[in-house]
Design a protein around this ligand. Structure first.
Ligand SMILES: [Zn+2]
Ligand SMILES: [Zn+2]
Length: 257
C-alpha cells in the first residue's frame, strides 16, 4: 500500500491510498484540477482512480467531489446524510454506506466509524488489504474509546494534530471559533493527537501522517514534537512521521509487508 496526503489543512484535504488492485481518495477538498495535478506529481493519472470515500460534508473535504465524479466517472462513497448536507457541487455518482458496517471495495475492506465533529454524520475510516491496515482520523473533537479501538493494529495512521493549545488560546481567532475548535465537536490538538497515538501505538505501526494542521494555530515542528515526545518515552515502535501540507503533496509512504 502507498499513502500520501495530496493536501491537508483547513483549506483542503485529500488523501491518496493505493493498493495492489485499486487507487482511491479519502476526501476531495481541492478542485479537480488541483487534485489531478498533485496526483500527477506522484506519478498517478486521475483517470486511474477507482473511488472517493468521504469523511464529512465540510467544503474543505468535499468541494472537488462533483467535478471529479463527473469528469472521471468516479463513484463517491459517503453516508446518505452527508450526501444531503453537501454544499452545491452538482451531481455525483453516489454510493451510500452505513456507519459502523464494513464493506468490501475491490481488494480493500473499508470500515467507516463514527467520530465527533460539527458535521452531520462524520466518520473516520480504516482500509485493510492483504498488505496491511490504514487508519484515518481527522476532524474529530475527541478520540472516543471507539475511535481508539478502530485505530488499533494499523500499519499507518493519518492522525489529526490541528492546533497547539497555547497558540490557539493566544491567537487571533474570535472567542466563539476558539471554543468551537476546542470543543468535543471540533478538532484534536497536538496534545490530544499525541495521546491518541500513545493509546494505539504498537509494534506494527510503520508511519504516522500528521494531518489537518492549522496554519494560524500550529506549526509542523510543534505537531511533530508532540508525537516525538511520546516516541522518546517508549520502544514499542519507531514510525516514520510525515507532516501533511496545505499547498503541496506530502512525502509518500509505502508500507512494507
Ligand atoms: Zn470538518
Ligand atoms: Zn476539515
Amino acid at each position: 500500500m502507498r499513502i500520501c496526503q495530496l493536501a491537508s489543512g483547513s483549506k483542503g484535504n485529500s488523501i491518496y491510498i493505493e493498493t495492489e488492485k485499486t487507487r482511491i481518495l479519502v476526501d476531495a477538498g481541492l478542485s479537480a484540477l488541483q487534485i489531478s495535478k498533485r496526483l500527477a506529481e506522484i506519478g498517478v493519472e486521475a483517470e486511474s482512480l477507482s473511488a472517493v470515500f468521504v469523511t464529512h460534508e465540510h467544503s474543505d473535504h468535499s468541494c472537488g467531489l462533483g467535478p471529479l465524479s463527473r469528469r472521471y466517472d468516479l463513484p463517491i462513497y459517503l453516508h446518505s446524510d452527508t450526501y444531503k448536507g453537501l454544499p452545491k457541487i452538482g451531481s455525483i455518482t453516489e454510493r451510500f454506506f452505513d456507519i459502523g458496517e464494513s464493506f468490501t471495495f475491490q481488494d480493500v475492506e473499508v470500515i467507516p466509524f463514527p467520530i465527533t465533529h460539527d458535521a452531520i454524520a462524520p466518520v473516520g475510516f480504516t482500509f485493510e488489504s492483504g498488505e496491511g491496515k490504514i487508519g484515518v482520523a481527522t476532524d474529530l473533537g475527541i478520540a472516543t474509546r471507539l475511535v481508539q479501538n478502530r485505530l488499533r493494529q494499523c500499519c499507518a495512521l493519518i492522525l489529526e494534530t490541528n492546533h497547539d493549545e497555547e497558540m490557539l488560546r493566544d491567537g487571533p481567532y474570535p472567542w466563539e471559533l476558539k471554543q468551537r475548535i476546542r470543543s468535543h465537536h471540533g478538532h484534536l490538538s497536538n496534545k490530544e493527537g499525541a495521546a491518541l497515538f500513545d493509546e494505539v501505538k504498537w509494534a506494527g505501526l510503520q508511519a504516522v501522517l500528521l494531518a489537518h494542521l492549522s496554519e494560524t494555530n500550529n506549526t509542523p515542528q510543534l505537531a511533530q514534537q508532540s508525537i516525538e515526545s511520546v516516541l522518546s518515552c517508549q520502544n514499542v515502535c519507531q514510525p516514520q512521521l510525515i507532516v501533511g501540507e496545505p499547498k503541496q503533496v506530502s512525502k509518500c509512504f509505502e508500507l512494507c509487508e
